[in-house]
Design a protein around this ligand. Structure first.
Ligand code: MLC
Ligand code: AMP
Length: 505
């Protein structure tokens, strides 16, 4: 079995059911709709065209594309040919895109006219490996009339995706995700959250991440449900759709819940969420206060779950049982977890340790990086291989639920996007006058956390020029929000920076 069969059941049993609806609040009146039959026909046409253009099994095709129907259609076409989709965060700039295109040697780049300002920054060297840049807006000129691709044998072990995750070493790593990995997460969630064909999901999360693509779109297609895809999160429209019976499901990152709670506080009367079956949160910690206030305001309890790019979804609060604020619940079907001490030995409930997971959901390793792959897994005394999530956790003795307590590495999560300080530190040190840099996460009421930088400078640094430089080098969500100037960075005897000793920490 592979992922192309994902919506085969819906296609057979309910071909005229609405699969995908796309609307853009900035273009009122423009609504695109696809039934399962129409979606399938579009996927076939795209697959035939991509095959003709030269996409072969195993080829990488990078997507630098906003949420729109063609994202879903092209992606489904790529994976039915055995191609490997490499999504690129839309906020990435030249330096970040260069790394991904070169690292995975993407043969094609699928993009759109709306990204022209960033595309204009790309030079021949950035696109050296790319045979062809395909513009979705011009698709009619290259899609052609062939409506059926030549079938390709694609198996569960084949790669479907390479998803780049921020690296502890400063460069992002490509997580190799197979068809089986995605299927494991999808089948686990379909049963755990009782997905139904009558479900309608409002989906404004970016399709370039696991949350939007797999937890949202893939599950909806596999369930034969309807996806109401949006280009981005829009507070007023979300309240309007969810409050008027326009959806049964909504999945979001904590930043979106902060904004919903803020808005709901001031609303009288409150929107009618009676058709909503499930509000889910994940990708970053949801504070218990937000969880509880959401319930006071709506009468509905958010279901919090926990996942990773490398593993898909791991843990979830139960759909039917108690949903406990501040915890991520229990392992999803097919996922096994254990919490271990520094020597790799399991710790008893109530004791903090690192969370390890295993299951068909766990990825194949990092693209062309056997060392980092080896460092991310360990084998226990029974010869069983576990993935090290880097997340610190405790199992609650009374309930068995797992609480996440922090991270082993210095990951900062801003509005659901991951940032590794090391990447920013290395970039800052390339600016004239900056000798050393340390970046840490500071709490933020909207984004959860934001990066702030501590700099040791040789003489004065022009901060305005530094900010301009940072903007040219980094996606905007990675920009340090403050710069602190220090004489030296606190270091331990080994020379390692002691970030907790920085002034103001
Ligand atoms: C946007 N901006 C951010 C940001 N998102 N800054 C910090 N952190 C973020 N997450 C900046 C933009 O760069 C821009 O800056 C300004 O804010 C306005 O941009 P915007 O697009 O209008 O922002 P907004 O619509 O408010 O976006 C907020 C958001 C979005 C929360 C809707 O960030 C989002 O969709 N986040 C979801 C990310 C996600 O899906 N994560 C899942 C990862 S998978 P400027 O300076 O250019 O004006 C994963 C596994 C799992 O983690 O378990 O799910
Ligand atoms: P990513 O690499 O973008 O897939 O992010 C994965 C990381 O997000 C995990 O390792 C966790 O640190 C974090 N994360 C995901 N879901 C949750 C959650 N519900 N609570 C706390 N952290 C989470």
């Amino acid at each position: 079995m592979n992922l192309s069969t994902l919506f085969a059941i819906a296609l057979e049993h309910a071909p005229e059911k609405l699969a995908l609806e796309f609307a853009d609040a900035e273009q009122p009146g423009r609504v695109e709709k696809y039934t399962y039959r129409e979606l399938h026909a579009a996927v076939e046409r795209w697959a035939a065209a991509l095959q003709r253009i030269g996409l072969q099994k195993g080829d990488r095709i990078a997507f630098f594309l906003g949420n729109r129907p063609e994202f879903a259609i092209a992606y489904l076409a790529v994976i039915c040919l055995g191609g490997v989709m490499v999504p690129v965060n839309l906020r990435y700039r030249k330096r970040e895109i260069h790394h991904i295109l070169h690292d995975c040697t993407a043969k094609f780049l699928l993009t759109e006219a709306a990204q022209q300002p960033v595309l204009d920054e790309l030079e021949a060297d950035d696109l050296a490996a790319v045979e062809r840049v395909l513009l979705v807006d011009e698709a009619e000129s290259w899609l052609g009339a062939t409506v059926t691709p030549t079938p390709v044998l694609v198996q569960g072990e084949d790669l479907a995706l390479i998803m780049y995750t921020s690296g502890t070493t400063g460069r992002s790593k490509g997580a190799m995700i197979t068809h089986n990995n995605v299927l494991a997460t999808v089948t686990g969630l379909l049963s755990a959250w009782a997905w139904e064909r009558e479900d309608v999901i409002l989906l404004p999360l970016p399709l370039f991440h696991t949350h939007g693509l797999i937890v949202g779109l893939h599950c909806a297609l596999a369930a034969g449900a309807t996806t109401r895809l949006r280009p981005k999160f829009d507070l007023a429209e979300t309240l309007d759709v969810l409050g008027s019976g326009g959806a049964t499901l909504f999945f979001a990152v904590p930043t979106i819940y902060f904004r919903l709670v803020d808005a709901l506080r001031g609303m009288q009367p409150k929107p009618d969420f009676s058709r909503m079956r499930l509000f889910c949160a994940g990708s970053a910690p949801l504070p218990a206060e937000t969880h509880n206030e959401f319930e006071q305001l709506t009468g509905l309890r958010i279901l919090e779950r926990y996942g990773m790019t490398e593993t898909g979804m791991n843990f979830s609060n139960p759909y039917a049982g108690p949903r406990m604020a501040g915890t991520v619940g229990i392992p999803l079907p097919g996922v096994f977890g254990r919490i271990v001490d520094g020597q790799g030995n399991p710790v008893p409930p109530g004791v903090e340790g690192e969370l390890l997971v295993r299951g068909s959901n766990v990825f194949d390793g990092y693209w062309q990086d056997p060392e980092k792959t080896a460092a991310s897994f360990s084998t226990d005394a029974d010869g069983i291989r576990w993935f090290h999530t880097g997340d610190l956790a405790r199992q609650e003795p009374e309930t068995g639920y797992v609480t996440l307590l922090g991270r082993r590495h210095e990951l900062i999560i801003s509005g659901g996007f991951n940032i590794y300080p090391r990447e920013i530190e290395e970039m800052l040190c390339t600016f004239a006058g900056v000798a050393e840099a340390a970046v840490v996460g500071a709490p933020h009421p909207d984004w959860g956390e934001v990066p702030v930088a501590y700099l040791v400078c040789n003489g004065g640094v022009d901060e305005t020029a530094l900010v301009v430089y940072c903007r040219s080098q980094l996606a905007s969500f990675k920009l340090p929000r403050q710069f602190h100037y220090v004489e030296q960075l606190p270091r331990n005897a080994m020379g390692k920076v002691q970030k907790h000793l920085l002034p103001g920490r």
